[in-house]
Write a protein that binds this ligand. Structure first.
Ligand SMILES: [Zn+2]
Ligand SMILES: [Zn+2]
Ligand SMILES: [Zn+2]
Length: 292
């Protein structure tokens, strides 16, 4: 079903508050005492269409297009989008199977987020993110151990006796990486989801921080590729961003635009700030050198 703009009759997108054709605001306040039907959720607003599922009147802001291309009200839409992810069925599947199945579906079918349950415990989300870093920490730790073990044989003979590295350094590095890697990932996820949430809020998202945290954590699935030497570190971040756009869009039920900005604004801004800082440092240094 298409909803025409009351002003220019062009079809509008459910959920849009202005007409893409003529730019007229689709939110109109009801005249007191008039017989016009009003929105079931916003009684002060004139209704724009009727929900195809429950038949209630809804204003432009409360309309959504569902997966069956029906125009529905926000309440019916929210009820539809509640499919649990394998990660939400950990008790039945077992943690490892649930993790693995979620990993595969996030990486290969990121569109699962469009019908996925938006809410999940913060601890559960962070556990998923922490598990995703384990394979690359394991590989990283192993390669450190390998390099340290091989170092005495690679050094020229005269250097071998001096600067010997104790045998326990390799295993210690391995253990440290296996513990600190997931911990660092948890801290990073909490902070990054917080910053992304501020951006999403500015884009009009109304669901709470836990939804952003869940989306951010689940979209870290491609980090398991970090364990693949050479290709992993380059492919994983790009793949993760693609998954994250889907996650923010699906779990927050927002537009592609808001989801993309929510994903990219903070990383890009921090790159610019870091870049700016380096340029500042560099000009300071050359300035100081000029003084001498
Ligand atoms: Zn119009
Ligand atoms: Zn409805
Ligand atoms: Zn409404």
């Amino acid at each position: 079903m298409n909803i025409p703009c009351p002003h220019c009759q062009r079809p509008i997108t459910p959920g849009a508050t202005t007409c893409p054709g003529c730019g007229t605001s689709l939110l109109r306040d009801a005249t007191p005492g008039s017989a016009e039907p009003t929105c079931a959720y916003h009684p002060h607003r004139v209704s724009l269409a009727i929900c195809d599922r429950c038949g209630s009147f809804a204003c432009a802001e409360c309309l959504r297009l569902n997966s069956r291309h029906e125009v529905v009200c926000q309440r019916c839409h929210a009820l539809e989008n509640d499919t649990p992810l394998p990660w939400d069925e950990r008790e039945e599947l077992g943690t490892f199977t649930a993790w693995w199945k979620t990993l595969v579906s996030v990486m290969l079918h990121p569109s699962v987020f469009s019908t996925a349950r938006p809410h999940g415990g913060a601890g559960e989300s962070l556990l998923f993110a922490a598990l995703c870093t384990v394979p690359s920490c394991f590989m990283g730790g192993l390669s450190y151990m390998g390099i340290l073990a091989a170092a005495p044989f690679l050094l020229p003979e005269e250097a071998r006796s001096t600067g010997n590295i104790p045998v326990w350094v390799g295993p210690l590095m391995f253990v440290a990486l296996m513990i600190l890697g997931p911990l660092f990932s948890v801290a990073y996820t909490v902070i990054q989801a917080g910053l992304d949430h501020l951006v999403l809020r500015m884009g009009g998202v109304t669901r709470d921080y836990q939804v952003t945290l869940r989306a951010n954590a689940l979209s870290q699935a491609p980090w398991v590729l970090g364990a693949v030497p050479c290709i992993g570190p380059y492919v994983a971040p790009v793949w993760m961003m693609v998954a994250r756009v889907h996650a923010y869009r699906g779990l927050h039920q927002t537009s592609w635009g808001v989801a993309v900005v929510g994903c990219l604004a903070v990383p890009l801004l921090s790159c610019c700030l870091c870049g700016g800082f380096y340029i500042f440092l560099f000009s300071m240094m050359s300035g100081l050198r000029g003084l001498n």
